[in-house]
Design a protein around this ligand. Structure first.
Ligand code: NAI
Length: 244
């Protein structure tokens, strides 16, 4: 469609489905070489097969060896990594008193430490190139909290903390770091919610509907592209105005 990301190499974690997949499709339309890095290799391969210039890799963001292996292979093959989209994320919801320690630890490990792991292993290559764009998946839940999401909301607030810290550390080195805070987006995760809660969410969003993965992909595209060349350290809410 365009060439806003022409020849840029973009690693997108958790891109086998949902928002990450839509972002991979959108980036490829703009000329990027897209690295679909997902713990589910079979669905990553299925996703890559639908996208020109996409490659599938097995990566678990909680396993630093698997991240290092992907980064090494991508560097060997392409010689540069220009964009990192830290999109992989999970939920394991329960009210405070019911939440197990395992639920707490698992979500922190994937959504928070996973973002730290991937960024720490990719950034040396961006520093060498003196350029790069990193976009982290936060959420409206990372701005306002949410019932039943003690673990998840802590990770999404934490991702904004990473974003603002790294924007200071890496901005002077030519690397921009931003976050996206989606509202409720029509992926499998959200479609599985009870109908009365979905109705309430649609009513509160002011646009009267859920967002789509494609709409989030456009926000990632903007922040990853040179059009956002003076945007650094923001947490961009894309929720139809749910907080208003
Ligand atoms: P999804 O569940 O549709 O897809 C997530 C992908 O991440 C899957 O392909 C899964 O295999 C992969 N994944 C999970 N754990 C992984 C790990 N440890 N290592 C590597 N890959 C892993 O998710 P969705 O809905 O597209 O969400 C994407 C991101 O956006 C998440 O960080 C989520 O928290 C965030 N988000 C989603 C919202 C929504 O309404 N769907 C709202 C706000 C934020």
């Amino acid at each position: 469609m365009g060439n806003r990301l022409k020849d840029k190499v973009a690693i997108i974690t958790g891109a086998a489905k949902g928002i990450g997949f839509a972002t991979a499709q959108r980036f490829a339309q703009e000329g990027a070489i897209v690295i679909i890095a997902d713990m589910n290799l079979e669905s990553a391969k299925g996703a890559a097969a639908q996208i020109p210039n996409a490659e599938a890799y097995a990566m678990n963001v909680t396993d630093r060896a698997s991240i290092r292996a992907v980064v090494d292979q991508v560097m060997q093959k392409h010689g540069h990594i220009d964009i990192l989209i830290n999109n992989a994320g999970i939920t394991q919801d329960a009210r405070l008193v019911k939440m197990t320690e395992a639920q707490f630890d698992t979500v922190i490990d994937v959504n928070l430490k996973g973002v730290f792991n991937c960024t720490q292993l990719v950034v040396p290559h961006m520093l060498e190139a003196k350029s790069g764009a990193i976009v982290n998946a936060s959420s409206v839940v990372g701005l306002y909290g949410n019932f039943g999401q003690t673990n998840y909301s802590a990770t999404k607030f934490g991702v904004i903390g990473f974003t603002k810290t790294w924007a200071r550390e890496l901005g002077p080195k030519g690397i921009r770091v931003n976050a996206v805070c989606p509202g409720f987006i029509a992926t499998e995760m959200v479609k599985a919610m009870p109908e009365n809660i979905l109705q309430d969410i649609k009513r509160r969003s002011w646009l009267g509907r859920l967002g789509t993965p494609e709409e989030m992909a456009n926000v990632y595209l903007f922040l990853a592209s040179d059009e956002a060349s003076y945007v650094n350290g923001v947490a961009l809410e894309a929720s139809g105005g749910i907080s208003l």
